[in-house]
Design a protein around this ligand. Structure first.
Ligand SMILES: [Zn+2]
Length: 258
């Protein structure tokens, strides 16, 4: 199975990276997509993964880091895309008006420029959104008059929001957030409405440790993806192996992995 969201530059995964790879492979996770959150990480990932099997990456600037986006950033990313054959999407990009770690104005600017970049290199968008649904959708609509090639990663909202993203043509990434009985109820209901050809699965490791894991580890890891898949399959009332097959084929189609 394929984990579409791993923060591989986090020290808990980067230290002993070779051993970590063996650990997730042993758990049945054959491939991962590493996610970049700023230019520095994009550079780091594009060289780190050159020789690592089964790892692709996004390149981009997360809304939390939008204050660090300069007039040179787009060109820097473009240069990286030209040299890194294993870069498969632009991101994380999008808007986060929940924490506002960067100003909203800078988030919008970095987002617009990364959408332009995605159109130039003809690769999917890897989207992050918190409390910014209306603005995010209206910005996307100014750039696209057809279905958007991309994924709304770590979807945590309800079924009305889900419908709006599906209408844009986006794939939907589901994390271990579904395992959270306190805040995952709307989400558990919503994921039943994700079409079979639109669902992707991810850990967002080392963050978002699934609350149902026992014994309770300190940090999340791609090796826990089978647990998340099991929980999603239960909610969808389908076989776990069917979910794994669907999400794998969706991942390969979206990111052109074959
Ligand atoms: Zn995110």
């Amino acid at each position: 199975m394929i984990d579409i969201g791993v923060n591989l530059t986090h020290p808990s995964l980067l230290t002993n990276v070779e051993q970590n790879i063996l650990d997730w492979q042993e758990a049945g996770v054959s491939n991962i997509i590493a996610i970049a959150s700023n230019i520095e990480e994009s550079e780091q990932l594009s060289s780190l993964i050159q020789k690592l099997k089964g790892i692709h990456t996004t390149l981009g600037c997360h809304p939390h880091h939008a204050d660090s986006w300069t007039h040179e950033s787009k060109g820097q990313l473009l240069a990286l895309f030209k040299t890194c054959a294993k870069a498969v999407a632009i991101g994380e990009t999008g808007l986060d008006f929940n924490r506002n770690y960067s100003s909203q104005e800078n988030q919008i600017r970095a987002f617009n420029e990364q959408i332009n970049l995605a159109q130039e290199v003809n690769l999917p968008l890897y989207l992050h959104e918190r409390d910014a649904e209306d603005t995010l959708i209206s910005i996307l609509n100014t750039h696209f008059d057809h279905e958007i090639n991309g994924v709304l990663h770590c979807f945590t909202a309800d079924k009305n929001t889900l419908k709006r993203y599906l209408d844009l043509g986006l794939y939907i990434g589901v994390t271990g957030w579904v395992c959270d009985e306190r805040r995952g109820q709307d989400l558990q209901e919503a994921i039943k409405y994700i079409p079979q050809d639109r669902i992707l699965i991810e850990t967002d490791a080392p963050y978002l440790l699934p609350r149902t894991l026992r014994p309770r580890p300190k940090k999340n890891h791609p090796k826990f993806l089978p647990h998340i898949a099991e929980q999603i399959a239960l909610i969808l009332n389908i076989q776990e192996k069917e979910l794994i097959r669907m999400s794998r084929s969706n991942t390969e189609r979206l990111f052109c992995l074959n």
